[in-house]
Design a protein around this ligand. Sequence first.
Ligand SMILES: N[C@@H](CCC[C@H](N)C(=O)O)C(=O)O
Length: 276
Amino acid sequence: MKFTKMQGTGNDFIVIDCMERENKDLKQLAPKLCNRHFGIGADGIIMILPSASEDIKMRIINSDGSEAEMCGNGIRCFAKYIYTRGIINKEKIRVETLAGTIVPEIIFKNGKPDMVKVDMGEPRLKRSDIPMEGPEGEVINEPLYLDGIEYRITCVSMGNPHCVIFIDDINAIPIKEIGPGIENHKLFPQKTNVEFIQVLNQGEIKMKVWERGAGETLACGTGACASGVASYLNKKTGRRIIVHLPGGDLLVEWMDDNHIYMTGPAEEVFTGEIIL
Ligand SMILES: N[C@@H](CCC[C@H](N)C(=O)O)C(=O)O
């Protein structure tokens, strides 16, 4: 099977062109292909598929084989791949995902495709949209208990679930200990991604992420968008912020049309062929 390895802010993906033929076994194969010692190594698999309703369709499979509704870093890689390969000859592409239609746009630098800006759609805040157990309403700065410790959480769906926690020092957080407990907490029937945020000022935050189905990664695009929403709703920042992640920076803007726009890099790393 031919593949291309790509990364966006260090969140890395195996991109597979399924325009001609869909490989039905990719969910089952994901743990092996994504394994960093025995496989290609990646946080997930991005599948490129034809769409009946939009320009093209993307599916994202986490490294554990579970399928997610959306992937922010992944859709930038997806857009760059299909534009540079001439699969779709448009700079603004309408992409069908399980989270609805998402619209990435290629940004040019010196005449060459460079960053990708993505219209990520509207954030969803209703408890049932996250989804989360409990009475209807928004979850902004509410308590969550894990191993007798209280965490204050703000929850946002960017098509996929996010639980944002503000902390004073991002380097002091034992993410591998707390992350799995919150990801699998009974409040989240479909599990959740978990973002830890240190606010630097009105326009900048630092973020570390524990991803549902992938563990700690260097960045999460939907997580950065959810964290931008959570930071504004908790009156910690404005609506336009730079999110500093271990793998690089993303620009997140919550505009007047209530849509979130995310801008960041997407790079091809190598291509190859793997015998299945
Ligand atoms: N890294 C991604 C999100 C991938 C899916 C996530 N792990 C989930 O299960 O929801 C991003 O950049 O958004």
